[in-house]
Structure formats: structure tokens, C-alpha cells
Ligand binder design. Structure first.
Ligand code: FES
Ligand code: FES
Length: 162
């Protein structure tokens, strides 16, 4: 089938089987390699991107479900020269080790930052539960999201616990 995907604001006509996971199209057809293949089962979050502003597992999302919907990947968030607020916060807090989980973490966290305020640590932890980091950088990721919330919304989220 042919599907029109709107990815980071640009239309792409994709010819592929209807069941092809979005992750494969992003990486193999569009050269967007930020989202990663971890488990392919919806259990790690490495493949997380946004569809219409909501975080989804792109490894489990068939392209047939995405006609006319807005897909956003980490490449659409910021650039090396002009990183987004959340990307800056990840850098400041050094919230990356191997980096395999990072794009997924950022896309999931950005969805929360875009809709929730004030942000509590409990809300951040619950929202981020689906995304795993095999390097164990969770506390730094939490600090980065909290920092970004402060940068975006004018005051830091209250650190309830760490
Ligand atoms: S690769 Fe999609 S959730 Fe693990
Ligand atoms: S930084 Fe290595 S998996 Fe998260």
C-alpha cells in the first residue's frame, strides 16, 4: 500500500506493506536513525517517537495506522547547532551513557513537558516507566527532565525524592 506519512512536518509517500512498523520506515526509508530498535516488543521504549503529540512505540505501530497523522522524531526536536531545551538539559545533566535509550527518553519526556505543569517527580517517574535504560542513568534523566521543566515553565519542579 501507499501511505503518506507526515514526519517532522514533511510529507513522505511510502510504498510498503501495511503492517510495516513505523520504526523500519523511519530508519530504513527516511534515514532517521534517532529512534532505536531495542526489543521490538513494546518493552524497552528505545523506539519511542510521537504521533499527534503522544509518545508511541514505533516498533509496534504499523504504517497503515498513520495516514495523515503527525509523526515527530528526535530529529524534529532540535539540532546539534540548535538543541531543544530538553536536549540542552540532558547535556547539562550528562544524562547519557551509551545513548541507546536517549532519543526514546527524550521523545517520551517531551510529550509530558508539553502538556503537564507543574511537574512532580512522581509524575515524571510514572510517565517514564515504559522506557528502560540499560546503563542505569535514571536519576540523571530525572534531573534533566526536572531541569527542562524549570527552563520551559519558569521554575524547577519540586524534587520529592531521588
Ligand atoms: S524497540 Fe520498541 S519498545 Fe523496544
Ligand atoms: S544511556 Fe545506555 S541505555 Fe540508556
Amino acid at each position: 500500500m501507499t501511505v503518506t506519512l507526515i514526519v517532522n512536518g514533511t510529507d513522505h509517500r511510502i510504498d510498503a506493506d501495511a503492517s510495516t512498523p513505523l520504526l523500519y520506515v523511519l530508519r530504513n526509508d527516511l534515514g532517521l536513525n534517532g529512534a532505536k530498535y531495542g526489543c521490538g516488543l513494546g518493552q524497552c521504549g528505545a523506539c519511542t517517537v510521537q504521533v499527534d503529540g503522544k509518545p508511541i512505540f514505533s516498533c509496534l505501530t504499523p504504517i497503515a495506522a498513520l495516514e495523515g497523522r503527525r509523526v515527530k522524531t528526535v530529529e524534529g526536536l532540535g539540532t546539534l547547532a540548535s538543541p531543544s531545551v530538553l536536549q540542552q538539559a540532558f547535556e547539562i545533566e550528562q544524562a547519557v551513557q551509551c545513548g541507546y535509550c536517549t532519543a526514546g527518553m527524550i521523545m517520551r519526556a517531551q510529550a509530558l513537558l508539553d502538556r503537564a505543569r507543574p511537574l512532580t517527580d512522581a509524575a515524571i517517574r510514572e510517565h517514564m516507566q515504559t522506557n528502560l535504560c540499560r546503563c542505569g542513568t535514571y536519576l540523571r534523566i530525572l534531573r534533566a527532565i526536572r531541569r527542562a521543566a524549570g527552563m520551559m515553565h519558569g521554575k524547577a519542579a519540586h524534587p520529592e525524592s531521588e
